[in-house]
Design a protein around this ligand. Structure first.
Ligand SMILES: O=P(O)(O)OC[C@H]1O[C@H](O)[C@H](O)[C@@H](O)[C@@H]1O
Length: 528
């Protein structure tokens, strides 16, 4: 840290963002070696294969083109020989038109009232990204103004408690339900959608579905089968992975209903700016590439299994949960893209909370316990500044004092000698010593707007892809989520037959049988 040249070489600026990775445990030589590793892993070729629509998701035989979702209208991005950008913009234009109708009140509900509240029903990638963006911009003055009088809620969990929370205080007459599911087969989403359909039809009659329910999916046949008018369905494509789908109708529709399309378009533009940077900037100045390589360095070379995502912004409270899916579902793999067992671990355990809250919770472990590389994310200009007369600093300066202090506390630590000089009693010196040399990086955003939220999203999406490319895995499939679903089907069947016909438990091990028995005997579930 005392080598200013080294530090200077580890700072990167792009489109208003400033990245400082000088507190990584890396020398200039380390960076050269990581860039060589990128070359050896054919990173350039892999990135260009992604953008040119090759089927790099080989286990599902699909292209990976989420960048096309935010490409300018005149861009040409091909999947299977066909330019997909016009299709993308068809849907965006349809969303613009529909959201304006809802927001202006020209589209009304079954009883003639404008629809001012929206419940988006979806889970995983059909939930976390939109929730993150919604939470991030809802206190931005422009977004706040454009959302006046409206509410956007998200129903994800199949827990009936989540249904209760979501409909609490809402009137079906003024509510629009958006069912969001790439496949339109996800058990939780479909049951929640049927539950809200029931809520609407009980209050307003069966014909109200046409006015109160719309859908986002790649599977338009199933949307129609569910009873939603195909004209009220917003498409996307199998070249968009669920966890990379927030820039499709998955995010753009609910967010446009809440904030208007023009705000959401800025979010798309921010993401697109990073797409271009990622595609065209030499690796030594390429923010997603540098971040991806540093994560590989931390995981595979230094052996740190986790990464903490620590935004000093309450508006970014849903960023870590979103990145958990983007990163852990993408890179938590056991075999290479060719199906060979990997001789090293891939992926990392992502977690995080906004600062300063995290400081009063798990930072103890990060300072004196396990070494966890940290991403500190700070914002220069607050969305909601407060400055109390007589206070030393503004509230945002108070927050940011911590953002600037924590990385140095981790990097420098505190030695027993320093403590002795402070006359700390001998018995407490080991407890108050900080080993230091704990890596972090800092990302400073000029402000938190729809545009910069788009930038932040795309940086992490591409960073995760870079990690997967270097590790040689397929970051775009998720076979690991299937087994649990299959076993749940077996349990569902058993619960049904036990409850309706009193069928004895069969086919489960001792442990599961005991638990199921207890559940069936004592639960107060209504009998079907
Ligand atoms: O959008 P859906 O098809 O309903 O899928 C929702 C989620 O389902 C699965 O659990 C996948 O692992 C996720 O990647 C996906 O986002």
């Amino acid at each position: 840290m005392s080598d200013a040249n080294r530090c200077q070489s580890m700072m990167m600026e792009f489109d208003g963002l400033l990245l400082d990775y000088s507190r990584q445990r890396a020398t200039v030589e380390t960076m050269d070696k990581l860039l060589n590793l990128a070359k050896a892993a054919q990173l350039t070729e892999k990135i260009s294969r992604m953008f040119s629509g090759d089927h790099i998701n080989s286990t599902e035989n699909r292209s990976v083109l989420h960048a096309a979702l935010r490409a300018p209208k005149d861009a040409v991005i091909k999947a299977d020989g066909k330019n997909v950008v016009p299709e993308v913009w068809n849907v965006l234009d349809k969303i613009k038109d529909f959201s304006e109708k809802i927001r202006s009140g020209s589209w009304v509900g079954a009883t003639g009232k404008p629809l001012k509240d929206v419940v988006a029903v979806g889970i995983g990638g059909s939930f976390l990204g939109p929730l993150f963006v919604h939470t991030a911009i809802q206190t931005d003055p422009e977004a706040l103004e454009s959302a006046k009088g409206r509410q956007l809620r998200f129903l994800a969990n199949i827990d009936p408690v989540d249904v209760a929370r979501n409909i609490n205080g809402l009137n079906p007459e003024t509510t629009l339900v958006v069912v969001v599911s790439k496949t339109f087969t996800t058990a939780e989403t479909m049951l929640n959608a049927r539950t809200l359909r029931e809520w609407i039809t009980t209050a307003l009659g069966a014909s109200a579905v046409a006015k109160h329910m719309v859908a986002v999916s790649t599977n338009l046949a199933l949307v129609e089968k569910f009873g939603i008018d195909p004209n009220n369905a917003f498409a996307f494509w199998d070249w968009v992975g669920g966890r990379y789908s927030v820039c499709s109708a998955v995010g753009v529709l609910p967010l446009s209903l809440q904030y208007g399309f023009s705000v959401v378009e800025k979010f798309l533009k921010g993401a697109s700016s990073i797409d271009q940077h990622f595609q065209s900037t030499p690796f030594e100045k390429n923010i997603p590439v540098l971040l991806g390589l540093l994560s590989v360095w931390n995981v595979s070379f230094l052996g740190y299994p986790a990464r903490a995502i620590l935004p000093y912004s309450q508006a970014l409270e849903k960023f870590a949960p979103h990145i958990q899916q983007v990163s852990m579902e993408s890179n938590g793999k056991g075999v290479s893209i060719d199906g060979l067992p990997l001789p090293y671990e891939t992926g990392e355990i992502d977690f995080g909370e906004p600062g300063t809250n995290g400081q009063h919770s798990f930072y103890q472990l990060i300072h004196q316990g396990r070494v966890i590389p940290c991403d500190f994310i700070g914002i220069v200009k607050s969305q909601q500044p407060v400055y109390l007369k007589g206070e030393v600093v503004s509230n945002h300066d108070e927050l940011m004092s911590n953002f600037f202090a924590q990385p140095d506390a981790l990097a420098y630590g505190k030695t027993p000698e320093q403590l002795q000089k402070e006359n700390v009693s001998e018995n407490l010196i080991p407890h108050k010593t900080f080993s230091g040399n704990r890596p972090s990086l800092s990302l400073l955003l000029p402000e938190l707007t729809a545009y910069s939220v788009g930038q932040l999203l795309a940086i992490y999406e591409h960073r995760v892809a870079v990690q997967g490319f270097v590790w040689g895995i397929n970051s775009f499939d998720q076979w690991g989520v299937e087994l649990g679903k299959v076993l749940a089907t077996q349990v569902r069947k058993q619960l049904h037959s036990s409850r309706t016909q009193g069928t004895a438990l069969e086919g489960f091990n001792y442990s599961t049988t005991t638990l199921l028995k207890r559940y069936l005997e004592t639960s107060s579930e209504p009998q079907i």
